[in-house]
Design a protein around this ligand. Structure first.
Ligand code: ADP
Ligand code: MG
Length: 409
């Protein structure tokens, strides 16, 4: 993908925006971009620099993301800004960068820590203690309520990868200057040369050590492929996180795509093509909450003999939540592909019902009380009728979010 129209190759020490930002270390990548830890020489702070691929469809996607993030940032900087903006990633700056592969749109974002997916991995896919789950749920809900009510924005791609923890250590204020001193110059000479690559390696090591301080981890798993180690944030009392990746977000009054959301977090009305609104984010939120608490995805549909992934997905939903009411099942543009006129699946006839409460007790060994309370929290969010799902604002009032963990682990 490092060719014309693709990613921009970055070396540690590379400068952006006329020298304002200096690349320190790769933080991650997606299908559209690579994301770098960069040092902002103007504010003496670390930022995340998202460098988009250069082909026109990626430029368009970045322009869209910048539009959404700018509308949030504009609001955030106004005098009567709600403090709930803190639960959503902030765009600091954006600019164009020309390189050998073309012109790349770049977004400067506040620097954040690990994603919830990494947090789930650190639990060895066993799930987090319920009081942690509650704290994370509160953060996501405040962020969603803010996006939905104050901006009219539907995220449409809520999943554990797209919620990032806030680093508790501020790299700019770290007292050990020698370790955290930013790398300000790019290594000179031919990158493939023996000596230069040694320098490059040393710089990388130094950058990693600096970042280890920042993130509170020994080393970067992405770079070294080491087994995951628990992040310090897990033990912090103030787990705080933010919603990121607005590449697919839309204003509710101007929906763009018909097929939205990552498969496992997709709401039934999207599969049926029955129209959608803010409540699709609430469905995904419930899937995330379940995954945080158990370490497993709530729905993992697969293609089978004689049925599609969509049909398996609908069957899994019904096995957990009961039959989709006929009216809803038959109301979508694609309903006829899956359901007969009675509202029964055409190609999957026998369903094995396994209600959420029982699943939590039988498979995940939840104490009965915890299972009962957690299901009462999740089930309304997984209503097949989108308009019956609680809003983020209503969900924040739910007693489960404020109950005490009965089984401390
Ligand atoms: P894409 O649109 O290409 O999927 P994302 O916005 O999802 O790009 O970013 C790709 C990855 O980069 C994320 O999964 C995450 O690991 C990392 N990342 C993105 N934004 C930040 C940030 N603000 N701070 C730290 N890491 C980030
Ligand atoms: Mg992404």
């Amino acid at each position: 993908s490092y060719r014309k129209g693709g990613y921009h190759a970055v070396r540690i020490g590379d400068q952006f925006a006329a020298g304002r930002y200096i690349a320190q270390r790769k933080l991650g990548w997606g299908h559209f971009s690579t994301v770098w830890l960069a040092y902002d020489t103007t504010t003496s702070a670390y930022v995340a620099l998202k460098i988009q691929k250069s082909a026109s469809q990626f430029v368009d996607a970045a322009l869209h993301e910048i539009e959404i993030l700018s509308s949030i940032a504009d609001c955030a900087s106004s005098s009567n800004a709600s403090s709930n903006v803190k639960f959503v990633i902030q765009l600091i700056d954006h600019f164009k960068h020309t390189g050998p592969n073309g012109q790349h749109l770049c977004m400067v974002l506040e620097f954040l820590g690990d994603s919830l997916l990494r947090l789930i991995k650190f639990s060895r896919y066993k799930g987090l203690p319920l009081d942690r789950v509650r704290e994370i749920c509160k953060c996501i809900l405040i962020g969603l309520d803010y996006l939905h009510r104050e901006h009219g924005i539907i995220h449409t791609d809520l999943k554990p990868e797209n919620v990032l923890l806030v680093s508790t250590i501020d790299p700019a204020k770290d007292p050990v200057r020698s370790e955290t001193a930013p790398i300000l110059e790019r290594p000179e000479g031919n990158i493939n040369g023996g000596v230069t690559s040694l320098i490059e390696k040393r710089l990388k090591r130094r950058a990693r050590r600096a970042v280890a301080k920042i993130s509170g981890r020994k080393d970067s798993m992405v770079e070294t492929g080491e087994a995951p180690k628990p992040d310090r944030n897990i033990d912090g009392v103030d787990v705080r996180c933010k919603i990121v990746d607005f590449g697919n977000a839309c204003f509710a009054d101007k929906p763009i795509a018909q097929e939205i959301q990552t498969r496992q977090y997709r709401a039934p009305e999207v599969i049926l093509e029955a129209g959608y609104s803010f409540s699709v984010d609430m469905w995904s939120f419930a899937c995330i909450a379940f995954e945080l608490a158990t370490g497993d995805m709530l729905f993992t549909p697969k293609v089978g003999q004689g049925f599609s992934e969509d049909e398996d997905h609908l069957a899994l939903m019904m096995e957990l939540l009961g039959k989709i009411p006929r009216k809803i099942a038959t109301a979508g543009a694609k309903s006829k592909d899956f359901f007969d006129r009675h509202g029964d699946l055409k190609r999957i006839r026998r369903l094995k019902f396994w209600p959420l409460n029982k699943l939590l007790i039988d498979r995940y060994k939840f104490p009965e009380n915890d299972a009962h309370e957690f299901s009462e929290f999740l089930l309304p969010l997984l209503d097949f009728a989108p308009e019956k799902r609680p809003t983020a604002q209503q969900c924040l009032q739910h007693p489960w979010l404020n109950c005490k963990d009965s089984t401390p682990t």
